[in-house]
Write a protein that binds this ligand. Structure first.
Ligand SMILES: [Zn+2]
Length: 247
C-alpha cells in the first residue's frame, strides 16, 4: 500500500496531468468550473508547470489540453492552437511568491462571487470555523481574513496587484479572492490544493447560509482590541452596517 502510494506520488511529480484532469472533472461536476471557467496548474521538479489550456471544457480535458510553462517563460504546446490559460500570469506570480507551492487551483464558484460582495474593502473576515484548520496553518488563527483583489479583464494586472500586495503583506492563509470572479489557492501538493478548495467552499457556503439566517455578519468578526475569540453565533446580527475590519 505504502509502496503504491510512493509510486503514485512519483508519477504525479513526473506528470500531474492525469490528476489535474480528474480534479477538473470533480470541480466541474460540483459547478465550480462550469464550461471553460477556472484553471489548474501543477509544478514539476525542474520548476516548470503544467497549466490548463484556454477555452477547454473542464469537464472533458485531455492530456493535450495543457501547456507547459518553463521558468524562462518558454512554452511547450503539443498543438499550435492550444494556448495556455489567459490567467497564466497569476499562476506564475503565485509560484514566484511562494516557492513551496506545487499546485495552484482557481475556480469560479457562485459562493465565491457572492461572498466577495459581502464587503467593499479589500479584505474579507472569515468565520472562526474548525474548517480553517484544514488550510495547512501552522497555528490557530482566531481572526482569519482572506485578501480580495479587484477583478480586471487583463489577468496580468490582477497578477501585478497580487504581487504588490503580498510582497507588502503576505496572506495568513494560502488563498485569495478576486472580486466577482473566483477564488485561488496554492498548496504544497495537488492533494492539499484540492482539500483547500473544498475547505474554502465549505466556509463560503457557511457564510452565505449564515447570512441568510441572520446569524453571521462580517461586522461580528472585527478584530477586537483584546485577543478574545468572538463567537458570531452568540452575537446580535447587525445588518446593513458599514465597518472597517482590523481597525
Ligand atoms: Zn479566472
Amino acid at each position: 500500500m505504502i509502496k503504491h502510494q510512493m509510486i503514485d506520488s512519483e508519477l504525479i511529480a513526473l506528470d500531474p496531468r492525469i490528476e489535474l484532469i480528474s480534479t477538473a472533472r470533480n470541480f466541474y461536476d460540483k459547478g465550480w468550473m462550469v464550461g471553460t471557467g477556472g484553471n489548474l496548474s501543477a509544478k514539476l521538479l525542474d520548476g516548470s508547470f503544467w497549466i490548463t489550456a484556454s477555452g477547454k471544457s473542464k469537464g472533458s480535458l485531455l492530456p493535450s489540453d495543457f501547456v507547459k510553462i518553463y521558468p524562462s517563460g518558454k512554452k511547450y504546446q503539443k498543438f499550435s492552437d492550444t494556448r495556455p490559460s489567459k490567467e497564466t500570469a497569476i499562476h506564475q506570480t503565485i509560484y514566484e511568491l511562494f516557492p513551496k507551492a506545487q499546485a495552484c487551483y482557481h475556480i469560479l464558484s457562485v459562493k465565491a462571487n457572492l461572498v466577495s460582495r459581502f464587503v467593499q474593502e479589500d479584505i474579507l473576515a472569515l468565520p472562526p470555523l474548525e474548517m480553517l484548520n484544514k488550510l495547512g496553518l501552522m497555528e490557530e488563527i482566531f481572526h482569519c481574513t482572506m485578501p480580495i483583489i479587484d477583478n480586471n479583464f487583463q489577468a496580468s494586472k490582477i497578477a501585478a496587484n497580487i504581487k504588490e500586495r503580498f510582497q507588502a503583506e503576505p496572506p495568513k492563509i494560502p488563498a485569495l479572492l478576486i472580486r466577482d470572479h473566483g477564488v485561488t489557492v496554492w498548496a504544497p501538493s495537488l492533494e492539499a490544493a484540492q482539500n483547500y478548495i473544498e475547505a474554502i467552499e465549505y466556509i463560503f457556503c457557511y457564510m452565505v447560509s449564515a447570512r441568510e439566517l441572520g446569524i453571521w455578519n462580517e461586522a461580528d468578526n472585527i478584530i477586537p482590541r483584546s485577543n478574545k475569540r468572538i463567537n458570531p453565533l452568540l452575537q446580535t446580527p447587525r445588518r446593513g452596517l458599514r465597518y472597517r475590519i482590523g481597525s
